[in-house]
Design a protein around this ligand. Structure first.
Ligand code: FAD
Length: 410
């Protein structure tokens, strides 16, 4: 088959593979290019901590998880929804279930198992894989250029190109954001990459850092600006990690751009109102150590008590009213977010103003973009993979439309 009759998908993550699925199912000859030696490396990493594929909540709140891009995602998700994703997975032989938190996971299959079935299916439909091919931009004729393993520059004259190059966290998986100058040089507006769903840094004392790194703070509430999140948090050598921290990391990151440190408030006793805590604290006898008393009366753990000692002036701990205040509103000075490379996802990339409703770049007709390389962010909970799958699906449908190919819903 002549190359001109083929379409190129660049990036073999969930977005690119979903796009290749739609395109090959429509009968197009598809070539996938990836800079790495294999596909879906970040998808495999996501599988390590329990592969959270999507979420079961209703369309409206689901789209709301994409923050400033909620309206855009409302439309995109209408074309490929969480239910569509689960139905598609069922078609692959992958059953899913809804966990207690509403998150959707595979019943039995692992990320590696899903990837294998998926890649095998693409192979059977004639999709060709070109690994260790790093996208280098476009030739004068508009064809994508790739640097091969042998150091050769390959020009691949394709009918249309779909870029799904990922964000810029976990660069070891291939999504290193090194493509940004290539699109910027074509006048495409990009927002700089920033960490999303990441840990935060607190300047612990040496004593606290060495004694409490790795210890949990259980069932606490975190607040910053108008956001709050509950759950378990882990103390690390650098600060804090864990679900509630990731949930607030976007708002903390944005505030850190204007002020430093940012106060994050911790409620260490969610189950009791401040007044009840104060009453209990007033019954303390002088000879009893505060640590013991708090453990017995309020079930306060060692790490939580030591955190109070780390943050509060000593005289505040002696006074029931001020101590009760700190237990409910401990003000933690956050000095930074953890680096982009460590974050679960990234904000930034190609802005939605650069693409049309079919995710085609306005400045580069015939070039479509999908996945985390677009400037959106969402919390953990399955919204990231759903965002990648949905934009991959919709960009591929956009390409079919642009090529004048029938776009019967698949
Ligand atoms: C630790 C961790 C856990 C996660 N857990 C979950 C989870 O449970 N649920 C969830 O929803 N999300 C999770 N995610 C996020 C999810 O994995 C990503 O959002 C998703 O992989 C993004 O898909 P993508 O296709 O846009 O990009 P990627 O998966 O990053 O794929 C991009 C591909 O493009 C290739 N590429 C990049 N540049 C070039 C170039 N110049 N030339 C050629 N190829 C290139 C890369 O090699 C890569 O294969 C997790 C992420 C991490 C890091």
């Amino acid at each position: 088959m002549r190359e001109e009759s083929r379409v190129a998908v660049v990036g073999g993550g969930p977005a690119g593979l979903m796009a290749a699925t739609v395109l090959s199912e429509a009968g197009l000859a598809v070539d996938i290019f990836d800079a790495k030696g294999s596909a879906g490396r970040k998808f495999l990493v996501a599988g390590r901590g329990g592969l959270n594929l999507t979420h079961s909540e209703h369309a409206e709140p689901f789209a709301g998880r994409y923050g400033n891009n909620a309206e855009t995602f409302k439309k995109l998700l209408a074309g490929f929804s969480p239910d569509d994703l689960r139905a598609w997975l069922r078609g692959l032989g992958v059953e899913t279930f809804v966990g207690t938190s509403g998150r959707v996971f595979p019943k039995e299959a692992t990320a590696a198992g899903i990837l294998k079935i998926w890649l095998d299916g693409l192979g059977r439909r004639g999709v060709e894989f070109h690994y260790r091919h790093r996208w280098q931009g476009f030739s004068e004729k508009g064809a994508p250029l790739f640097l091969t393993e042998d150091g050769e520059l390959l020009e691949f004259p394709a009918r249309a190109v779909l870029l799904a190059l990922g964000g810029a966290s976990w660069p070891q998986t291939g999504s290193d954001g090194s493509w940004t100058p290539l699109l910027a040089a074509r006048g495409v507006r990009l927002e700089p990459f920033r960490p999303a769903n990441c840990g935060v840094e607190v300047a612990w004392s040496e004593h606290f850092r060495t004694r409490f790194s790795g210890r949990p703070l259980k069932n606490i509430l975190l607040r910053c600006s108008d956001r709050q999140a509950t759950g378990d948090v882990i103390i690390t050598a650098h600060g804090l990690e864990g679900g509630p921290v990731y949930a607030l990391s976007g708002v903390i990151r944005d505030r850190l751009e204007k002020e430093r440190p940012v106060a994050v408030l911790l409620d260490l006793k969610r189950d009791l109102p401040q007044e009840r805590i104060r009453e209990r604290l007033e019954h303390r006898r002088d000879k009893e150590s505060l640590a013991n008393f708090l453990r017995k009366t309020l079930h306060l753990t060692g790490p939580a008590y030591s955190l109070l000692r780390e943050i509060c002036p000593p005289e505040d701990l002696k006074n029931p009213a001020t101590l009760a205040g700190h237990l409910k509103n401990l003000s933690l000075p956050v000095i930074n977010t953890r680096p982009l490379a460590e974050a679960i996802s990234s904000a930034g990339g190609v802005t939605f103003s650069e693409v049309n409703a079919d995710l085609m770049l306005q400045k580069l007709p015939g070039v479509f973009v999908a996945g985390e390389m677009l400037d959106w962010e969402a919390p953990t909970g399955g919204y990231l993979l759903q965002g990648a799958f949905t934009t991959g699906y919709q960009a591929a449908r956009g390409m079919l439309k642009w090529l004048g190919h029938p776009t019967r819903r698949q």
